[in-house]
Write a protein that binds this ligand. Structure first.
Ligand code: BMA
Length: 327
């Protein structure tokens, strides 16, 4: 087993369940899945593809709640244990200096990244089509919106949790207006969180479960061997798209350079709540909690565009798995 370690503070209180006896795969699901039901707020049709972070003595989150009008909105929530969540009935509204940007159209698939002194939120933001919205909060009470990071069309904008070579860093997936049938992951950097450039290609879609398109999932996890990137990959089956999750290791200083990428998925839709819902056969990771002291990782993912689940694993086992099964 490798001696890989995650960088960061211990998180003793993160949710955890030991690997069930006889379970052979690299990740295992919480026995409490789905931890968030589709009707977690009074108006939600579905709560999925959502982001959580440690906050004060518990956890905070930004949740994708599509409502019963089928508007796509993001809501705030808090939890003591990372499993039982209180999610606001009202969506987050960002304060924005420029009404052209602040004019709300839709928001989905949020990620939350603690960086320097605040919690940045990125999401798929409606602005003449989907692009990457960027905002921040200090306290999960007041939310501020910045410029969109990119021109439309783009999705799955995911920040790195520290500057790299003195610049803010983000991966994203250039897309199209609809249910994009292609897509690779690119890296971009910014001096100020407003202007993004020096774009670099990171990974192309591949074979099998990741043959149609790929997109970054949780905030990349810094380890002694590189950035652990958990991402989703899509297969086009005769019955439509199938969303699974996989992992890759990126160079710490030049994250557009892939060190290792796993050929098999690490989790695919197999449980009933992942296979049956508004969009069947989807596991879509958007966040991870980590405890560097024990190597534990909890991956939060949307299931079948309806509910939210969590899966557990160990960082060294995930990295060993992708090294032993390289792309
Ligand atoms: C993608 C995004 C995700 C969704 C997935 C499956 O294009 O819209 O929000 O989970 O499709 O429907």
């Amino acid at each position: 087993m490798s001696k890989v370690k995650m960088i960061g503070s211990a998180l003793k209180n993160m949710p955890w369940e030991d690997r069930p006896e006889g379970h052979r795969e690299v990740l295992w699901r919480s026995s409490k899945n789905p931890i968030i039901p589709r009707n977690a707020t009074s108006t939600s049709n579905s709560v999925f593809n959502s982001a959580v972070v440690p906050y004060k003595d518990g956890f905070a989150g930004v949740f994708r709640c599509d409502n019963t009008c089928r508007d796509m909105l993001i809501h705030r929530g808090f939890s003591k244990d990372g499993v039982n969540w209180e999610i606001d009935d009202e969506p987050i509204r960002f304060k924005c200096d420029d009404p052209e940007i602040g004019n709300f159209v839709y928001a989905y698939d949020p990620r939350v990244c603690f960086l320097e002194d605040r919690y940045y939120i990125t999401w798929c933001n409606g602005y003449h089509g989907p692009t990457i919205g960027v905002g921040y909060t200090f306290d999960f009470e007041t939310f501020y919106q910045l410029e969109n990071a990119f021109l439309p069309y783009n999705r799955n904008g995911v920040l790195f949790p520290r500057k790299i070579n003195g610049k803010y860093a983000m991966v994203s997936r250039p897309s199209d207006t609809g249910h994009t049938a292609f897509g690779d992951i690119f890296y971009s950097e910014s001096p100020d969180m407003v202007y993004w450039g020096r774009h670099r290609h990171v990974m192309a879609r591949g074979k099998g479960w990741q043959s149609t398109k790929i997109g970054a999932g949780p905030i990349p996890i810094e380890t002694t061997e590189g950035w652990l990137l958990i991402y989703h990959g899509v297969l086009t089956s005769c019955n439509g798209y199938v969303y699974s999750m996989g992992a890759a290791l990126l160079d710490l200083d030049e994250p557009w350079k892939v060190i290792t990428r796993g050929k098999p998925y690490i989790l695919s839709p197999q449980e009933i709540y992942e296979c049956v819902g508004d969009v069947p056969n989807v596991v879509f990771p958007c966040a991870a909690l980590t405890d560097p002291a024990t190597g534990r990782i909890g991956i939060y993912y949307g299931a079948a565009d309806s509910v939210t689940g969590v899966a557990f694993g160990y960082v060294d086992e995930i990295i060993d798995f992708i090294k032993k099964n390289p792309y």
